[in-house]
Design a protein around this ligand. Structure first.
Ligand SMILES: *Cc1c(COP(=O)(O)O)cnc(C)c1O
Length: 380
């Protein structure tokens, strides 16, 4: 089955009992057993629910993985991955990443004795230099958030393999429609399904997908034992959202390219970070490992202060000032104080994230309206 067919059909078939086209939403916490420990694959809903199973099979299909486990949030999924490590283990992570991942790594897992090195992973030599005998995991987020740098998944996965470490890709920004990390050699993919997979800003969720059976057994153990599981309605919303993934992403990317080009030649704009621009530092790598360039971009106003950026974000009317991304509606945000507010200012600035940076998540509205909205916000 090809990708667009899988978004509609993978992991789902008409309900055997009724013929219902959509997977039923199973609101149940438990399942009757014929005799003690004799059941039809489901014993208690923390461990499994058929609506969740349909979603897991669907995401596994999209990521070319044998298995997937779903969580109640993206950070719940990351938490489960990190809990497969033990004190003394070392993790190499990109230094330009989702602020919530950074907070989880530094404020929870460092306390439990896991060591992190945050490096510019778009520089392969930096990654090689950071490997230690205790390196057990490489955390790759690409395109990076919010600077849209591109990390070479193939090369980092190769370094990880040689070091005996697991390579994990946070594929939230790209979506499986544009980037399939397992086919590039990564061991595991993680998603905040809250974003493009859900696509309608109405559900929080996470997922881990991999073909490494031993690793997935550890993840299933975390699902059962620590319990950050999604409810059946959340799973249903995701099953529904994913059906339109490719058409939503295509339209968002179409809009984002036009907006990026427009901003790139705008007299009031300083720099634009969008991998689809020929001037982007990693444009060729992006063209190589992604099937298109995504719908996230960031930029700075020319010679601007934080106040200028803040005023701009308050003036847009269609671009709503809000955290998150990947929904049908366009959003504008201030990474330094919002999504990345938990990263100390010195650390942020060292990674290149300035207080004047503005991030856009481009939705599927008419692009002329989006351009007009940005244009009126430039007017002083
Ligand atoms: C939002 C996000 C997360 C966290 O996911 P939640 O669903 O909000 O818990 C992780 N990584 C990236 C890249 C994100 O954008």
């Amino acid at each position: 089955m090809k990708f667009n067919t899988k978004t509609i059909h993978a992991g789902q078939k008409p309900d055997e009992l009724t013929g219902a086209v959509m997977p039923p939403v199973y609101f149940t916490s438990t399942y009757v057993q014929a005799a003690p420990n004799q059941h039809q694959g489901y014993d208690y809903a923390r461990v499994g629910n058929p609506t969740r199973t349909a979603l897991e099979k669907l995401i596994a299909g999209l990521e070319e993985a044998d298995q997937c486990a779903c969580f109640s949030s993206g950070v719940g999924a990351i938490d489960a991955i990190m809990k497969t490590l033990k004190p003394g283990d070392h993790v190499i992570s990109t230094n330009d990443l989702y602020g919530g991942s950074y907070r989880l790594f530094t404020q929870v897992f460092e306390k439990y004795g896991i060591e992190f090195s945050f490096v510019d992973m778009s520089n392969i030599e930096e990654v090689e230099k950071s490997v230690k005998p205790s390196t057990k995991l490489m955390w790759i987020e690409t395109p990076t958030n919010p600077l849209l740098r591109i990390i070479d998944i193939k090369k980092v996965a190769e370094i990880a393999k040689q070091a005996g470490a697991l390579s994990v890709v946070d594929n939230t920004f790209a979506t499986p429609y544009l980037q399939q990390p397992l086919l590039l050699g990564a061991d595991t993919v993680m998603h905040s399904t809250t974003k493009y997979l859900g696509g309608h800003s109405d559900v929080i969720g996470g997922a881990v997908a991999s073909s490494d059976a031993d690793f997935m057994e550890k993840i299933r153990f975390q699902v059962k034992t620590t319990g950050a599981v999604p409810g059946p309605m959340d799973c249903y919303l995701l099953l529904r959202g994913i059906k339109t993934l490719s058409v939503r992403v295509e339209r968002s990317v179409y809009n984002a390219k036009i907006i990026a080009k427009h901003l790139n030649t705008h007299e009031s704009v300083g720099c634009v970070h969008y991998p689809g621009l020929l001037s982007h530092l990693h444009h060729e790598l992006a063209a190589d490992q992604m099937s298109d360039f995504g719908a996230m971009l960031s930029f700075e106003l020319k010679d601007s202060t934080f106040e200028d950026a803040s005023l701009f974000m308050q003036k847009t009317k269609i671009f709503a000032l809000a955290e998150s991304l990947g929904g049908v509606e366009s959003l504008i945000s201030h990474p330094a104080s919002m999504t990345h507010g938990s990263i100390p200012k010195e650390v942020r600035e060292k990674a290149g994230l300035k207080d004047t940076l503005i991030r856009l998540s481009v939705g599927i509205e008419d692009v002329d309206d989006l351009l007009e909205d940005l244009e009126q916000a430039f007017d002083k």
